[in-house]
Each structure stands twice: as structure tokens, then as C-alpha cells.
Write a protein that binds this ligand. Sequence first.
Ligand SMILES: NC(=O)c1ccc[n+]([C@@H]2O[C@H](COP(=O)([O-])OP(=O)(O)OC[C@H]3O[C@@H](n4cnc5c(N)ncnc54)[C@H](OP(=O)(O)O)[C@@H]3O)[C@@H](O)[C@H]2O)c1
Length: 516
Amino acid sequence: MAFKNNILVCTPLECETEEEMVGSMEIAKAEGADLVELCVDSMSFSHISEVKKLIQHRTLPAIVSYRLKSSRTSGKGVSKCLCLQVLRLALEVDVEFVEMDYEVASDIIVMAEHLYGRVNSRIIVSSYVNGGKPSTEKLGHLIACMQSTGADVIKLVIDVDYITDLAPVFEMLTHCQVPLIVIAAGSRGLISQLLGPKFGGFLVYGSLECKSIPGLPTLLSIKHVYKLEHLNADTKVFGLISNPVGHSKGPILHNPAFRHSGYNGIYVPMLVDDIKEFFQTYTGTDFAGFSVGIPHKEAAVGCCDEVHPLAKSIGAVNTIVRRPIDGKLIGYNTDCEASITAIEDALRDRRLLNGEASDTSPIAGKTFVLVGAGGAGRALAFGAKSRGARVVIFNRSYERAKALADAVSGKAFPYECLERFSPEKDMILANASAIGMEPNSDQTPVSKDALRAYGLVFDAVYTPRNTRLLQEAAEIGATVVSGVEMFIRQALGQFRLFTGGLAPEDFMRKLVLEQF
Ligand SMILES: NC(=O)c1ccc[n+]([C@@H]2O[C@H](COP(=O)([O-])OP(=O)(O)OC[C@H]3O[C@@H](n4cnc5c(N)ncnc54)[C@H](OP(=O)(O)O)[C@@H]3O)[C@@H](O)[C@H]2O)c1
């Protein structure tokens, strides 16, 4: 069977029965896999002829594997004899790839060459690497030993504790003389698959939509979001540094936007535990730019070589770009302008409707009530202050509210007073706390009744799009501004910083509104 793509996407199938294997193979085919790995050790079969039937009736090219030592085989009483029987059968029927453990590889390859002369299947020799941080020396030595078995392809399955453990893996993929497959298990290993094709990996593993596997992208995300077939050695890497990172909508926005603009880049989720260590490890110009999310925005300031004055005064960086000429890391904050201009534009539209016009910011002179004093809260507080508003801050932790209020010459009040705070009419309310965010979408920071003191209500929360706060504010007739608008604007700002070019605004807006 022939392959249609230069980058192969493979789905591992672990099923008990032949029927389940065949059914899953059909799903894998429909979701875009180029080949499947039939993990025969996961099957319960009474006679080896069932395996033969499965291989002969495969609807996609396949890797036939039989692992002696794996979580699947432990306790199953797997015998080396059965393993050899399965692998020998796979070689006999000329399946595209036969995968075997390094421990048994030499025996099988010698036996197969003796029995069949030339082997038509390509042999993948695999090894599980665990126990301690992988190093280039350790991996290089292991690969050399595995290669000496006569393997056509080497496969390493690696346990990683941190995303930084993947740096030697990328180095191996770049320099290895023999085709190499690496799977780094767990969610910190995800970029080993997504960036594999850039660094020269032989194939990429993807999971079925209905059976996600930690550390593997889904086949559908490979096909529709990342489109890994476009990657090459020159592709620039961008990503969201965050923990957790799974909720991020960045990949479904930035990847299509890069392609739409003809920019050779990929944007991936990066589950980072220690941001300082991350930047000490990934120093190459290939890693060109980053969005920074929870909880790293404040620590990111200290990781940059230069910080834009606005981001410095806010004390939070949400965008980092590696300057191509000298590799220095430059930090920015696109949250601030994104949220403040969204609020200003809505107020200007309201002014126009009322037949008023003015060059000054419509926020100037207003009371700006801010809920939250985290990264987003800081951006809004400094933005409102820069436009001449009186900033009043409420936060669950009063100390944090007070510190921020002092930094913007504003006022802080205890959180319990928010509900009754009503010194004037037509104030601006901005929620920059996590209240109302999924899965707690039934919550709201201010009751509907208390909202009557506000002329405009902004919610930084964008999951869900129409929060309870915004729904109730609209019901009492306030102007509402959604966190989705802030999200779009900060992403447009990031795109410009990442690529140095204009962001395809209409395209990105349409994407967000369709997909969020
Ligand atoms: N639309 C956008 O583009 C955009 C951009 C950035 C952020 N956001 C959203 O803004 C929100 C805050 O993000 P962030 O980056 O500022 O996070 P952060 O730095 O972790 O700050 C979280 C804020 O929420 C408060 N908070 C959390 N749980 C709370 C609860 N149960 N009750 C009361 N207050 C609570 C925290 O109060 P304490 O200080 O007392 O912990 C803090 O003020 C999130 O929902 C995020 O998704 C949206």
C-alpha cells in the first residue's frame, strides 16, 4: 500500500478483538491517519490465524507490533515464543512495518534474513527509555546500539517529567542518520509529536477523537489545526507557555492565521512548569515567540532581556518575541490595549448614537470599577489609569487589590463592599477575575440589581462567550463588551509582534466567532 503524504501520521490501535481493530482502523482512516500500529499484544486471540486475517484485511498500511514488556502485557503471561510467532507471521505476509523490542530484535532479524533472504517489511526496533532525564549522550549511545541490529527505523518511547526534557530529543531528531520516531509520553510530551516533522521525525502519532491518549494530538487536530504536512526545517515555532494549557484556543486561531498569511510558523500548547528553566533550555532562534498564560505572566518579566515600558509598569508580560538579529527576548503586554480599546470603542459607538463626539478617551474622568487583581486585572488597571479614569479595585485577596490600587493611584475596597458600591451612575465595571469562567458559568461577581449603577460592563472571561454577568448587564440595558473582543484584539497584537506583518483581521475575527 502506498502513502499519500511525505509526513506519515500513525494511530496506535490497542483493541481486544479483531472486529474492534478493524472498526478502529476505519475510524482512523476517516480521521486522516496514513497508517495504523496494530498493537497485537493488546489482543486476546485463540489462534494466530486471527492475527493473520487481521493483517491481510487491513484497510490502511500498518505497523505490526508485539511488545514483550508493556503495561498492556504485564500480567497477561506473554511469552517470547508467541511474540516471535506474531512478528514472523507479519514478516511472512509482507506487512509494511514490523516493530519489535530492542531486546529481541537481533534474533528476529537474523532469523528472518535466514528464512526469507530479503525482508520486504521495514523493521522498526523500539526501546522504552525511562528513569532520569534523557541526555543527548545517553540517547545517542542507545540509538547506535539499536541501529547495529539492522533496524530500518529506530523508535524511542520516552518518559518526560518536564517539557525541557525534550530538548535532547529534538537534537537527536535533527542529527540522527537513521529514520527516528520518538514518542514522549504524557501531556508534557505533546510537542514531541507536533514539532517532530520540523526536526526530521520519521512519523507522527495521533489519537482517535474518541480515544484520546495523553501526549498525542488527535488525528483531527493534526488534519485541521496543525496541518503538519506544511512543516519543514525553516518553520518558526510559537507557543502558549501556560499551566494548565489544555483549554487554550490559541492553536485554532494562530495556525490558520499563519497559513492564511503565507507565514511559515506553527503555534503549539506548551505545558511549562518552570518558565525560567524553559528559556534557559530553548535558546535557539527556531523558538521564535510565545504567548504567556496562567501562572507565568508576572515571572515572564524577569525572563526577558528587554521589556516594553507598558508591560514593565503593568508588571506582567503576555507576549515574548525572540528578536531575530540578536536572539534577545523582548516582552510585551497586548492584554492592556486589547481590553481598553475594546471598552473605548463600545463607549464611542454609544456616544455616536447619542449624537456626541469628542477626541478624548470616553473612559477619561469615569469611575472604573475593576474586579480582580491578577494578570488581566493589572493590565486593565494600568490601561484605565493611562486614559484618565478613577480606578477602584475589588479583589478576593484585599492585599493584592491594595497593592494594585497604590500602583495606579486608585482605591481598593474589601471585596464584600462590591455589591453595595454605588457612589455614582454610569460607571464602568470590568471583571478581570476568574468568576463566571467555565465550569462555573452560573457564577457572577455582581448581582443583577447592583449592575444598575453601571453604564458599561466588560467581562474578560471568554469561556463562555456570553457570561452570566454580560447577560444580566444587557438585560438591565447596559452596554456590554465581551472577553472575546479582548481575546481577538490581543491575538491580533501578538500576530503582528510574532510575524512583523499585518494580522489578517477579518479572517481571524471570523475564525474566532465561528469556533469559540
Ligand atoms: N479575554 C482575554 O483575552 C483574556 C486575557 C487574559 C485573561 N482573561 C481571563 O481573565 C480572568 C483572569 O485571568 P488572569 O490571567 O488575570 O488570572 P490570574 O492572574 O490567575 O488572576 C485571577 C484573578 O481571579 C481572582 N479569582 C480567582 N478565583 C476567584 C474566585 N473564586 N472568587 C473571586 N475571585 C477569584 C483572583 O483573586 P485572588 O487574587 O484573590 O486570587 C485574581 O484576581 C480569567 O478568566 C481569564 O480567562 C481573558
